[in-house]
Design a protein around this ligand. Structure first.
Ligand code: SAM
Ligand code: SF4
Length: 328
């Protein structure tokens, strides 16, 4: 049974950032100069991640998502997937990725026990993709998405952060994709974190506006269900479409009351809330040889420390890390 936090929310989901490094520099996620990578010694080793996941599973966590930075830039990730997929008590193992390296790894990841992937994709236009990611090629991510579907890492969910004057004119194009088989698109409101206030302030687009634009062009969106979730997205379907359109509204309609997650940063801090800088250090006790019971005790402490909700509306903006250091 999942552990309950102080507000009676069952905590069943751990997001594990396996690296703070990334092969892209998305404008709303990282500053132009990038962020200084943490030295390898500061990043949790795979055995340490395994210990934390085992402890979490013993406390009723049943879902793990690997994220980053870009998880697929860390060497040996397939081995970590193999190890984690054998831990008793877990029933879901997923990954969030920018997709650039998926074409290379999708089959191996599936064979190692990964169930599915979410792929971030903010534009369908090659030049714009380069502008948003500063380094990437659209074709690589599209090939990655195709490879993930081919490898049965499904449902593949596309995560699209919508930003005014950057890609908001493409929401209808993305929604249209869901008429083809296997396309599930989730639109996300951009969140302020660290130094990205320009993107998150001036660029913020409420999901109600995105929905209205889609319905104006493509017709009514009817409520739908999509498996492999239990997360904050609300799903809809266009008439006759196979795929779904999801909306994630951390700002306009926060979903903190149903939050079921903890986050582990690449440098071994347990973060009870994405949007609060409070963290509990696991790396030091892990390296001092802490017993499993002690790690479990610290995880319970993080569960108890989960705040009731975020306070972005009162201008409390987390400053400690940028999104690539937490994993989204
Ligand atoms: N590199 C991987 C990727 O891009 O999918 C995993 C890490 S990335 C930080 C996880 C997710 O966070 C991505 O879908 C990304 O678009 C999203 N993200 C990054 N910064 C964000 C922000 N300020 N507001 C909302 N979502 C953000
Ligand atoms: Fe890298 Fe993902 Fe952040 Fe883009 S959103 S810079 S791919 S971590």
């Amino acid at each position: 049974m999942p552990y309950l936090d102080s507000f009676n929310r069952p905590i069943s989901y751990l997001r594990v950032s396996v690296t703070d490094r990334c092969n892209l520099r998305c404008v709303y996620c990282m500053p132009p100069e990038g962020v200084p990578w943490r030295p390898h010694g500061e990043v949790l080793r795979y055995e340490e991640i395994e210990t934390v996941v085992r402890a979490a599973a013993e406390l009723g966590i049943s879902k793990i998502r690997l994220t980053g930075g870009e998880p697929l830039v860390r060497r040996g990730l397939v081995d970590l997937v193999s190890t984690i997929s054998c831990i008793p008590g877990l029933d879901d193992l997923a990954m969030t990725t920018n997709g650039t390296l998926l074409a290379r790894y999708a089959k191996e990841l599936k064979a190692a026990g990964l169930k599915r992937v979410n792929v971030s994709l903010d534009t369908l236009r090659p030049e714009r993709f380069r502008r948003i990611t500063r380094l990437g090629e659209l074709s690589a991510t599209l090939e990655g998405i195709a490879a993930a579907k081919e490898a049965d890492l499904v449902p593949v969910k596309i995560n699209t952060v919508v930003i005014r004057c950057l890609n908001d004119d493409e929401v209808v194009d993305f929604a249209r994709l869901t008429r083809a088989p296997d396309w599930h698109v989730r639109f996300i409101e951009v969140m302020p974190l660290g130094d990205n206030a320009d993107w998150a302030g001036n660029g913020y687009v409420p999901m109600a506006e995105v929905r209205e634009r889609i319905e104006r062009e493509l017709g009514e969106l009817r409520p739908a269900r999509l498996g492999g979730g239990g997360g904050p997205a609300r799903y809809y379907r266009l008439s006759g479409a196979h795929g779904t359109v999801g909306f994630i509204t951390p700002i306009s309609e926060h979903f903190c009351y149903q939050c079921n997650r903890l986050r582990l940063t690449a440098d071994g801090k347990l973060r009870p809330c994405l949007l609060s800088d409070y963290e509990i250090d696991l790396r030091t006790p892990l390296r001092q040889g802490a017993a499993m019971e002690e790690i479990k005790h610290l995880i319970v402490e993080a569960v108890r420390a989960k705040p009731e909700r975020h306070h972005l509306s009162e201008q409390v903006i987390p400053q400690g890390r940028v999104m690539s250091e937490i994993g989204g």
